[in-house]
Ligand binder design. Structure first.
Ligand code: ADP
Ligand code: MG
Length: 237
């Protein structure tokens, strides 16, 4: 069961605020509404609120800047991973906001998101772009240099069949990394195929609203253990 109305609400709120994109915590809610697992995530406005959330999620936590003007949060010194205590959370809240203001003095800062730390897995990314001829098109690849340097990616026009999704995953050169080698167990390829199908449905349902989507990275665990979307970005039309 998907919660389409929930995503419509998130989109309407962003538009009412005059924004051209969904923030990470909103994009993750949209993914969750379509059954894709993400990190527990919450927007906090003060350091004390951040400490409260960290306690609720359990340490270690990750904190990130939430600003519509800052799309690459790491570039702005806006991501801190593996914070282990209330003191670290308090200090990080201040530092993240300061870094953001230094990076872009005109940026509006909504607050800082606190989220659960996700165990490292094999990294994949799923993106959606609008092809001028074919419409919503999904992209799949492994994270980092595989995509940025080697351009080892696959594309399919939505709506996808399960077979399309499976081919997308298996046709990249880096598929070997997911099959596992040197004693590493195979990654949960079925979970990746499921996630691609769900992202296809989300893209189709919001074809008029979403101009671009970037779920990057997704941490994929061993077969049967699923995956977790760790960062997500959605640009509105
Ligand atoms: P950016 O906006 O710079 O892409 P990300 O949210 O992708 O920021 O965070 C940068 C990196 O930090 C990620 O690629 C990932 O390696 C790590 N990271 C982010 N969030 C988490 C998390 N919740 N748990 C573990 N690692 C994370
Ligand atoms: Mg990212």
């Amino acid at each position: 069961m998907v919660n389409r109305a929930g995503v419509e609400e998130i989109v309407a709120k962003a538009r009412a605020e005059g924004r051209k994109g969904l923030m990470e915590y909103e994009a993750k809610k949209a993914l969750e509404a379509y059954g894709i697992t993400t990190t527990k995530t919450s927007l906090t406005k003060t350091a004390d609120e951040a400490v409260k959330k960290a306690k609720e999620f359990g340490y270690p936590v990750v904190m990130k800047i939430s600003s519509p003007e800052i799309t690459h949060k790491s570039d702005a010194g806006g991501v801190k991973v593996g914070l282990k205590s209330p003191e670290e959370v308090k200090k990080s809240f201040m530092e993240i906001v300061e870094n953001a203001k230094k990076y872009d003095p005109k940026a509006t800062v909504q607050g800082v998101i606190v989220q659960e730390y996700a165990a490292t897995g094999r990294e994949v990314i799923v993106g959606m772009i609008k092809d001028p001829t074919f419409g919503a098109t999904l992209m799949f690849g492994l994270g980092g240099v595989f995509v940025e340097v080697l351009k080892d990616v696959s594309f399919r026009v939505t709506p996808l069949t399960r077979r399309d999704a499976e081919e997308m995953v298996k046709e990249i050169k880096g598929y070997k990394v997911l099959e596992g080698f040197r004693g590493e167990p195979p990654a949960d390829v079925n979970a990746i195929i499921d996630a691609i199908m769900k992202i296809s449905q989300l893209s189709a349902d919001f074809e008029k609203d979403f101009s671009e989507m970037d779920v990057n990275p997704i941490f994929v665990y061993a077969a049967g253990k699923g995956l977790k979307a760790v960062d997500a970005r959605i640009i509105l039309t």
